[in-house]
Each structure stands twice: as structure tokens, then as C-alpha cells.
Design a binder for this molecule. Structure first.
Ligand SMILES: Cc1cc2nc3c(=O)[nH]c(=O)nc-3n(C[C@H](O)[C@H](O)[C@H](O)COP(=O)(O)OP(=O)(O)OC[C@H]3O[C@@H](n4cnc5c(N)ncnc54)[C@H](O)[C@@H]3O)c2cc1C
Length: 302
């Protein structure tokens, strides 16, 4: 069966799409845990799923195995993430060909972060310096692959300004990117301002908001450290008040409110950084919120 591309899914949507982001397990034994999570999440019926990419030798293979597992368990279509880290142009061409040969027609094209302990991204010898170059490589080899790229509502940490960052985002779209998924954010105003600035800069492709559920202050702080996003004081306060269960409930309430505000604002879809956790997506309050805007009968996702 040929699965539609994300470009086609977004063009045909009658309501905002729901996509879930997974990451590959770090060892073979953990694949069983991921399989169990996918099984529990099956009734959620996401429009598509994505799975991140680790550039190192074994993590690369685990990424392929995770994409294959998601597809085999019926979470289709899969968007395979790919980064330029540690790879020459020839390596990347081989990865793209392998992804295409596996039947995957959607790639999230990323530059990747500098390796731990390094502050600056250095391309591998004969490698690519920017995600835009990867988009161009993918489209040159396989024009039938749909490409997503990353966008940063609070500006990429290395960019000098939002204007510069948007100029570079536009370069990715001009290279062939079909859609943008944003870095996580906790304040919807930040997303809507970013979309307005992107449209002003001439970027016309769909911009999917990326949201991360959080259930504790510690988890919030970790997400801010890696994303360099900011969080409203009210979210911190809500997560800090009461027991662990209260914090979980506060995190779900925040996420639900964000989703409702975004859907009311006309977003093309909601992308959830679900971190392989079935528990969050199956929470009855979140399930009810998803069911409302996805026009499924309430309870259908629980
Ligand atoms: C939705 C999403 C998914 C992600 N998935 C993964 C993953 O699976 N694996 C992983 O390792 N990381 C992932 N990341 C993290 C990502 O790799 C990092 O944020 C990385 O630092 C930048 O990647 P990029 O593709 O945005 O880079 P780019 O778009 O290349 O931008 C990187 C920086 O360079 C600047 N820039 C771009 N072009 C130029 C130019 N021509 N001249 C000068 N400056 C320029 C940009 O403004 C930006 O500051 C993801 C991020 C997001 C938002």
C-alpha cells in the first residue's frame, strides 16, 4: 500500500491533523517497551507519526528499526528524521536512498545539534552545513519524498535574530520543504506571532505547532534546557503546587488549554512530543479534548 505524504494529508485535511513524535529505544530490549506503548496508543489513530534520528552508528540502526516497528504496527505514514551530524554528502545520499527503499516517503530534514561537549556545529568532511542543503539533496535524489523542516518560534539559539532565522527558514522552504514543525513552546501567543512573522517573510507552507506534555517542574526545566524555549510563570506555579498527581493534572490541563487555543486559532495540525509515553495521550481529559476537535465520538480515544 502506498501511504499519502504529509503534504497530501495536510492538503486534504478537514480538521487539524494529530501527529505524535517518538524516539528510538537506546537498546534492543527496550523495543518491547516501545511496542507495548504503540499497542496501547493504537486507538488514538494519529494522522501520522514521526521518529527522531540519532546519528551515531548503533543509534542510526535503532532509528531504522523504530521506523519499521511503527509502520509494522500500523502507525502510518511514518516521517523519518534525518540529520547532517557526522555524515558526508555521500553518507547522507546513502541514508536517503535507504529510507526511500524502505518505502518511507516523508523525511524531517535537520542539521542536528553539535555533539555533547561542543558548542559549535561543524559539518563532517564533505558534509552539509545546514538543513537547507539536506532538503536540496533529498529533493534532488527523490522528488517524491515530502520534506518537513524545523522552525523556532522563540528563535534558534544560534541565530542572531528572528529576522535572520526566518530568512534561513525561507531558504529551507525554497530548497523544497513542504511543511514546518515548530520547536516546543508553552505560550500560544509565541506561536501565533511566529506564524505571522513567517507569512510576512513570504513563507507559505503549513506550520505545525509542536507541543510537549509536562508533568513536573523538573521535566519542564529539562525541556527548556534542550529547546531553549521559555515557560510562563503560571505554568511553573501550577506544576509546583500540590502532589505529583496534582502536577500531572496541571500539566494535562495546560496542554489541553494550549491545544484548544491553537485549534480555535486555525492551526493545520497538532504535533505532540509524546516521548513514547502512552499514559499522557490516554489521559481521559486529553482524550476528550482530542475527540472534540477530531470529531470522533467522545471516549473513542481512551
Ligand atoms: C521538530 C524538530 C525535530 C527535531 N528532530 C531532531 C532529531 O531527530 N535529531 C536531532 O539530532 N535533532 C533534532 N532536532 C533538533 C535540531 O537538530 C536542532 O535544533 C539543530 O540545532 C538545528 O537544526 P535545524 O535543522 O533547525 O538547522 P538549520 O535550519 O540548518 O539551522 C541551524 C542554525 O543555522 C542558521 N542558518 C541556517 N542556514 C544558514 C545560512 N545559510 N547561513 C547562516 N546561518 C544559517 C539558522 O538560523 C540556525 O540558527 C529537532 C528539532 C525540531 C524543532
Amino acid at each position: 500500500m502506498t501511504w499519502p505524504t504529509i503534504r497530501e494529508i495536510l492538503a486534504a485535511r478537514r480538521q487539524p491533523t494529530l501527529s505524535l513524535e517518538f524516539y528510538p529505544p537506546k537498546d534492543p530490549l527496550s523495543f518491547g517497551i516501545l511496542g507495548g506503548s504503540i499497542e496501547r496508543m493504537r486507538p488514538v489513530r494519529p494522522d501520522f507519526v514521526t521518529c527522531t534520528y540519532g546519528a551515531g552508528g548503533s543509534s542510526r540502526e535503532f532509528s531504522f528499526a523504530a521506523w519499521e516497528l511503527l509502520a509494522r504496527m500500523g502507525f502510518q505514514p511514518v516521517v523519518a528524521h534525518l540529520t547532517c551530524v557526522g555524515a558526508s554528502r555521500a553518507d547522507l545520499a546513502a541514508q536517503v536512498d535507504r529510507i526511500h527503499a524502505a518505502g518511507i516517503r516523508n523525511i524531517m530534514a535537520l542539521r542536528g545539534d553539535p555533539p555533547r561537549g561542543e558548542t559549535e556545529f561543524k559539518p563532517a568532511p564533505d558534509g552539509l552545513a545546514y538543513a537547507a542543503d539536506l532538503v536540496a539533496l533529498i529533493k534532488e535524489r527523490h522528488p517524491d519524498i515530502c520534506c518537513g523542516v524545523a522552525g523556532y518560534p522563540e528563535t534558534h539559539p544560534e541565530a542572531d535574530s528572528l529576522v535572520d532565522d526566518l530568512r534561513h527558514l525561507k531558504t529551507k522552504v525554497e530548497a523544497g520543504a513542504d511543511f514546518i514543525t515548530t520547536q516546543l513552546f508553552y505560550d500560544n501567543a509565541v506561536y501565533f506571532q511566529f506564524v505571522a512573522a513567517a507569512r510576512e517573510a513570504g513563507i507559505t507552507v503549513p506550520i505545525l505547532p509542536g507541543l510537549m506534555p509536562v508533568s513536573s517542574v523538573a521535566q519542564l526545566e529539562r525541556s527548556l534546557a534542550f529547546s531553549r524555549a521559555t515557560a510562563p510563570a503560571a505554568l511553573r506555579t501550577a506544576l509546583a503546587a500540590g502532589s505529583a498527581d496534582d502536577a500531572r493534572a496541571a500539566g494535562i490541563a495546560w496542554l489541553t488549554e494550549q491545544i484548544e487555543g491553537l485549534v480555535a486559532g486555525g492551526v493545520p495540525g497538532i504535533h505532540l512530543y509524546i516521548l513514547n509515553q502512552a499514559r499522557t495521550i490516554l489521559d481521559p481529559r486529553l482524550a476528550e479534548c482530542l475527540a472534540r476537535w477530531r470529531r470522533l465520538p467522545t471516549g473513542a480515544t481512551t
